[in-house]
Design a protein around this ligand. Structure first.
Ligand SMILES: [Mn+2]
Length: 328
């Protein structure tokens, strides 16, 4: 078992063992994998005696505050460190402009599972077959601390649980289940984690979901669907962007819909689009047409314009590409 190449693994383990001070960074708007992987990695390195700083530009979303070590996250970078570990993203830009501008590290190590052409770190453990960055951290954990305890296990389980959509998505491999099985054997309680991650919602989240679902639109072909969320909706429900997690799955769940997206207002006529595909359409390629990126079934980009026209434009592109696929 294992997917990290032997040479790459040796390089990474050597860099980790030599480093005394380590900064762990992950992408903005961190998800369960970014946070769980960062914390698992931090707890392993701390146990090895390293000075570890866990950096994210954004705060930990409420659904992940229960994770062991969640209070380690800080939103500022130190002067210097020996090793920078970039997790769950391969491009420094994804971690924010502060990290892009920062030069305080001697060496950089990237651990990620996103499809990318841009390997920007000194050592790159980038394997898109991994279901989550947490899977790669698990593999490294077995080398560095094979007897790792529940604190690490809960973080890795959460990383894999959330990135596989609770083991429902096509990235749920035999390896995902095998690792989850080992983590449960180490004491993780699946229902306990589920309740924390999915069933501890503030009432505002449900009110926001109601408002967002009212914006549902379906494309001419019936194969694309959209919802949107505005700052006004956040204000009126006492919520913010971290409460939108998962809402885009509702339009995708409609019979016949292949691609769904949610447009979130980020400024005046500025929107962040999150795409979800059932599998027929590669939304990473779709998002790339607009300067974004991601995975085959989940990707995102930013667009400017007025909302109804933006949605019609994106619908037309999706409908066209599906029509081409049909006629082939
Ligand atoms: Mn991930």
């Amino acid at each position: 078992m294992g997917m990290i190449g032997a040479d790459n693994k040796a390089l990474a383990l050597d860099a980790v063992r030599k480093a005394k001070t380590v900064v762990i960074a992950s992408h903005i708007d961190p998800d369960g994998d970014a946070i769980g992987s960062s914390l698992a990695w931090a707890l392993i390195l701390k146990k090895m005696g390293k000075d570890v700083i866990v950096y994210n530009r954004n705060a930990v979303p409420y659904s992940y505050e229960f994770l062991p070590g969640a209070d380690l996250f800080v939103d500022h970078l130190p002067e210097t460190c020996d090793l920078l570990c970039l997790l769950d993203c391969s491009e420094f830009e994804r971690a924010g402009k502060e990290l892009v501008a920062w030069r305080g590290y001697d060496q950089s190590l990237c651990i990620d599972h996103h499809l990318t052409a841009d390997l920007a770190a000194d050592i790159n453990l980038v394997y898109s077959q991994a279901c989550a960055t947490g899977e790669l951290i698990y593999e490294l954990a077995l080398c560095l601390d094979p007897g790792f305890k529940l604190d690490v296990a809960v973080n890795l389980y959460t990383a894999i649980l959330t990135d596989t959509g609770s083991f429902r998505y096509s990235n749920s491999t035999p390896s995902s289940f095998a690792i989850a099985g080992d983590l449960v054997a180490r004491g993780v309680e699946p229902w306990g984690v589920t309740q924390q991650v999915y069933e501890s919602q503030p009432v505002g989240r449900i009110k926001l979901a109601g408002r967002v679902l009212e914006t549902l639109r379906i494309s001419a072909s019936g194969k694309a669907a959209s919802v949107w969320v505005t700052q006004k909706m956040f204000d009126e429900t006492g919520t913010n962007s971290e409460y939108t997690d998962g809402l885009v799955n509702y339009p995708r769940s409609i019979a016949g819909v292949e691609v769904a997206f949610m447009a979130r207002e980020t400024g005046l006529k500025e929107y962040k689009l999150s795409f979800r595909s059932r599998g027929m359409v590669n939304v990473a390629a779709l998002a790339a047409e607009f300067g974004g990126g991601g995975h085959h079934n989940a990707a995102g980009c930013r667009l400017q314009g007025s909302l109804p026209q933006l949605i019609d434009q994106v619908f037309a592109i999706i409908d066209n590409s599906l029509q081409e696929a049909d006629s082939r």
